[in-house]
Design a protein around this ligand. Structure first.
Ligand SMILES: NC(=O)c1ccc[n+]([C@@H]2O[C@H](COP(=O)([O-])OP(=O)(O)OC[C@H]3O[C@@H](n4cnc5c(N)ncnc54)[C@H](OP(=O)(O)O)[C@@H]3O)[C@@H](O)[C@H]2O)c1
Length: 298
């Protein structure tokens, strides 16, 4: 058991690159905190950082990376195209790279399949959607600005449209989606896998004020393992085959979320977590001008 190195685990992408199984999330990580969190995570051994233009913290994330002293090429860095930038992909990636203070990202994701009018967040462009955006993102492949492109918050219905469009030549490397026992999405994960798309799990702990924080099944398994419930949740995701992106700005939690070596969950424990019945979603689509979830992930 001591030889199990979950923190060194990676998953192969369809580009041939490897994505580390554990990445630090940065959504809602505040100014003055996020840079320190990134620095602490990298010093603790994390080699994967997830940010987005929409989080408003790319600049400080970049500062945290540099403060850590970890060479850029050892880090898997993801950022995301903002919804109002779908018609200006070339400018948006340049802006994100400038913010981050790096010449490339390892993964550039379309954050949501919603081409939102920049002048009115309640309006979707009538003449442009995610297929058009993907056409523009594909132009970045082969440049020195991105190592891979992918999507986020894509349901099966939208992935099918994307993959079946004649203009789509590149299969997304990743679909970053909400994955925790309250939103396990087995059909969507299986669909991603069947198309060679890696699933990356966001809100793996159930996000802020998580409904999973006092779940009896998790508490029982955690107690039996002598580990905190958060670690059980992260290993559950990794052992099910997706990368996990726990967010924290608390140094002790950043360390704890990376303290995953030397043990694993049994098949029975994984089945018990799979069977947790309560469903909840952290990120819905009611704030977007269009619907992007269709209940096709159950
Ligand atoms: N693509 C998308 O649309 C999308 C959407 C949502 C999230 N994401 C990505 O996924 C990342 C993670 O998701 P998330 O931020 O929603 O939620 P999460 O990682 O599931 O949970 C974060 C919450 O859990 C707390 N926490 C962290 N470690 C803990 C521990 N060991 N014990 C107890 N509590 C702990 C954090 O508090 P403290 O920070 O105060 O320690 C924070 O309140 C995001 O940060 C972002 O990078 C992407």
């Amino acid at each position: 058991m001591a030889s199990i190195k979950n923190t060194a685990k990676t998953f192969k992408l369809n580009t041939g690159a490897s994505i580390p199984a554990i990445g630090l999330g940065t959504w809602q990580s505040q100014p003055g905190e996020v840079g320190k969190a990134v620095e602490a995570a990298l010093k603790a051994g994390y080699r994967h950082i997830d940010t987005a233009f929409a989080y408003g913290n790319e600049k400080e994330v970049g500062e945290g990376i540099r403060a850590s002293g970890v060479p850029r090429e050892e880090i898997f860095l993801t950022t995301k195209l903002n919804n109002p930038d779908h018609k200006r992909v070339a400018e948006a990636i340049d802006q994100s790279l400038k913010n981050l203070g790096t010449s490339y990202v390892d993964l550039y994701l379309m954050h949501w399949p919603s081409s939102t009018d920049p002048n009115d967040s309640k309006k979707h462009y009538p003449d442009w959607d995610f297929v058009d955006t993907w056409r523009e993102l594909q132009k970045l492949v082969g440049t020195d600005k991105v190592r891979a492109i992918g999507v986020s918050n894509f349901a099966i219905k939208n992935l099918e449209r994307l993959l079946n469009d004649p203009s789509s030549k590149v299969v997304p490397a990743v679909n970053q989606i909400e994955l925790h026992p309250g939103n396990p999405s087995p059909k969507l994960v299986a669909y991603n896998t069947s198309k060679g798309i890696h699933s990356s799990g966001y809100s793996p702990l159930g996000s802020t004020d998580s409904p999973l924080s006092n779940n009896a099944t998790l508490e029982k398994i955690a107690k039996a393992k002598g580990k905190p419930p958060a670690q059980v949740l992260l290993l559950w995701g990794i052992q099910k085959g997706w990368s996990v992106l726990p967010k924290s700005v608390t140094p002790s939690r950043i360390d704890a979320n990376f303290d995953l070596d030397g043990w694993s969950l049994t098949d029975e424990e994984i089945s018990k977590i799979d069977a947790i019945p309560d469903r909840f979603k952290v990120c819905g689509d009611s704030w977007l001008p269009i619907k992007v979830f269709f209940g096709d992930d159950e």
